[in-house]
Design a protein around this ligand. Structure first.
Ligand code: DMJ
Length: 637
């Protein structure tokens, strides 16, 4: 029941000053009684009361904007629904635009000016601050606190000085810095809004299934394990999307089972599911995720029961059997050499060495194999003989890419002690420089091509765009400084692969022109014009920005995000991969949102725009190849 509407007057009662008489609660009686009491007061008493009321009124008026700002901040400052309406068409251009002021996408909201120091639910914050958690890394994160910052619910330090400092300085340079910062704050919000939009589609039409089909408002199954949901868990945590995270977590707790008669791909389920669960465990400290990680990890182990100990590509996680693809006994080199970060971490957490031993054996064998070209590996390896097969093709793209990435990252993960990984990595980078690196015409973009049976091919997969980030990570960890120079050149090329296309989105594969007199640097074959919402370029932008702090990398990321929002966003929820990045009018949706769009692409964009270098510090975490951060092992020395 609602109480009757209130009158516009103030009633003051002085208990104990009443004379006798029975209690009568009528409005008239109350008015008369108040008036009588008022008249009974001395002039001094009345003046004091009037003075206090006037004072309160003045204070109320003067604090009004602060209060409203605060309230708006608490409600999150929702963005307008359709950000497309203010997006400009992307005009392809060859050379990088000078870094210019990017117009804010939406009117600035007061709440975005300040960095809140209380993010996330109190329950999570409390849990993070509890002692006695089983995770070392988690303890480290939750105990971080210094004079300058406060702990967020995710355990990272938010610099309160940085959030407020600039406002006092009105110099032109500072005004520019402030307006740049305002833009970046908005970009950060646009990433969260994009994630929410993607999640809405998944939730409405594909909940608990592997992938959303946003156009047909349905889903597709690959392993039948809620792939998108698991891949997106740590992204939600990092983006501070607590409601979405809690909902997904309860699905993991109540619905997710690995006791299923399904064939899964060893590599894909390791990087997405095992990696996603391990990372979420480290970020949250919740053992639910560790238990699930142990379960899937142990169910994947039959893959290593092969004559050579080089694992099969597929495992039936219900039956405990494994097998190669029907047409071959080969496995892909990148697949068998890009599961190490996850299995090594599983051994460390469980204190069961079998996982690490299995993946270390693969690395040991690959290290010794003949058939490399200056440290570059072929694409296939046989599970019976343990030898490379189909030799002669060397690429940094599909089927070899993350071999190089995991050489460096295992070295980093283990505290830079396992020199073999670092040496193989350095040799491979030299191999890239010697055999695969070329410049395009007319603009001299540095690119990584392929060698096929001794012939150079100017073909570059978008997948290769992980390389600038990896090179930068190596340089950050003390590897040669010229790796950073190369990283910057390749970063430019990867960005141009987007900017050369009508939609501002990169195709899956490009061919660079090398002959004098070419009019454009990049060609795209008809069959290669699709874009799968892949992360590699924004991943590298994140690394390059973290290490150089050059604002242009954020501007590039923003351009790419705008194009995703313009050409791949589906109104009813979700994003779709497209068939033709060169067709502005009809990019031809493929009706599929890959799980890595949530697991990787949006996560890297968020981290690119975040000002907090401690939000997944690159000195504390190493990202697996599906963007799931795993801890760098603490030194035991
Ligand atoms: C992801 O699954 C991983 O990044 C993998 O290393 C390569 N392919 C996709 C993203 O493009």
């Amino acid at each position: 029941m609602h109480s009757p509407s209130r009158q516009g007057y103030v009633s003051i009662t002085f208990t104990g000053q009443e004379g006798g008489g029975s209690y009568n609660n009528s409005k008239q009686w109350r008015r008369q009684s108040c008036w009588r009491k008022w008249k009974q007061l001395s002039r001094l008493q009345r003046s004091v009361i009037v003075f206090i009321l006037v004072l309160l009124f003045i204070c109320g008026i003067s604090s009004y904007p602060t209060v409203t700002d605060h309230l708006r901040g608490l409600t999150g400052g929702e963005l307008e629904k359709d950000s497309n309406s203010v997006l400009r068409p992307v005009i392809p251009h060859l050379l990088p635009e000078p870094v210019k002021e990017v117009q804010p996408l939406l009117p600035e909201q007061p709440s975005q000016r300040k960095v809140s120091n209380k993010r996330g639910p109190p329950a999570l914050l409390n849990r993070l601050q509890k002692k006695g958690n089983t995770s070392e890394q988690h303890d480290k994160a939750s105990n971080v606190k210094n004079e300058e910052g406060v702990i967020s619910w995710r355990g990272s330090v938010i610099d309160t000085h940085q959030a407020t400092e600039g406002a006092k300085d009105d110099s032109p340079a500072n005004q520019e810095a402030n307006s740049t910062q305002e833009s970046v704050s908005k970009w950060l919000e646009v990433v969260r809004e994009s994630f929410r939009h993607a999640w809405k589609g998944y939730k409405d039409f594909a909940w608990g299934h592997d992938e959303l089909r946003p156009i047909s408002k349905s889903y597709s199954e690959w392993f039948g394990l809620g792939l998108t949901l698991i891949d997106a868990l740590d992204t939600m945590w990092i983006l501070g999307l607590k409601e979405e995270f809690e909902e997904a977590k309860s699905w993991v707790a109540t619905e997710l089972t690995f006791n299923k008669n399904v064939d899964v791909n060893l590599f894909e389920s390791t990087i997405r599911i095992l990696g996603g669960l391990l990372s979420t465990y480290h970020l949250t400290g919740d053992t639910l995720f560790l238990d699930k990680a142990k379960d899937i990890g142990s169910r994947l182990m039959p893959a290593f029961n092969t004559p050579s100990k080089i694992p099969y590509s597929d495992v039936n996680i219900g039956k405990g059997t494994a097998h190669p693809p029907r047409w071959t006994s080969d496995s892909t080199v990148a697949e068998v050499t890009s599961i190490q970060l996850e299995f090594r971490e599983l051994s460390r957490l469980t204190k069961d060495p079998q996982y690490e031993a299995a993946v270390a054996e693969v690395m040991k064998q690959v290290h010794k194999l003949d058939g490399k070209l200056d440290g570059l590996v072929p694409m296939f390896i046989n599970t019976n003989s343990g030898q490379f097969t189909h030799q002669g093709i060397y690429t940094l793209g599909a089927r070899a890419d993350s071999y190089y990435e995991y050489l460096l990252k295992q070295w980093v993960q283990g505290g830079k002690k396992e020199d073999q990984f670092m040496e193989d990595y350095l040799q491979a980078v030299e191999g890239v420089k010697k055999n695969l690196l070329q410049k395009s015409s007319p603009n001299g973009l540095t690119f990584v091509g392929e060698v096929s049976h001794g012939q150079f091919s100017p073909k570059m997969d978008h997948l290769v765009c992980f390389l600038p980030g990896t090179l930068a990570l190596g340089a950050h960890n003390g590897l040669p400084a010229d790796h950073m120079d190369l990283a910057k050149q390749l970063m430019e090329t990867c960005y141009q692969m987007y900017m050369h296309m009508e939609t501002g989105l990169s195709p899956e594969i490009v061919h660079f022109n090398m002959h004098q007199g070419s009019t454009r640097d990049v060609e795209v074959k008809l069959a290669d014009r699709h874009n799968l919402l892949r992360p590699e370029t924004v991943e590298s932008l994140f690394y390059l920005y973290r290490f150089t702090k050059d604002h242009k990398y954020r501007v590039w990321g923003w351009e790419i995000l705008k194009s995703f929002n313009k050409y791949t966003k589906v109104t009813s929820g979700g994003y779709t991969s497209i068939n033709n990045v060169r067709d502005l009018d009809y990019p031809s949706p493929r009706d599929k949102m890959e799980s890595f769009f949530l697991g990787e692409t949006l996560k890297y964009l968020y981290l690119l725009f975040s000002n907090d270098p401690d939000l997944i510090s690159l000195d504390q975490y190493v990202f697996n190849t599906e963007a799931h951060p795993l801890p760098i092992w603490p030194s035991t020395a």
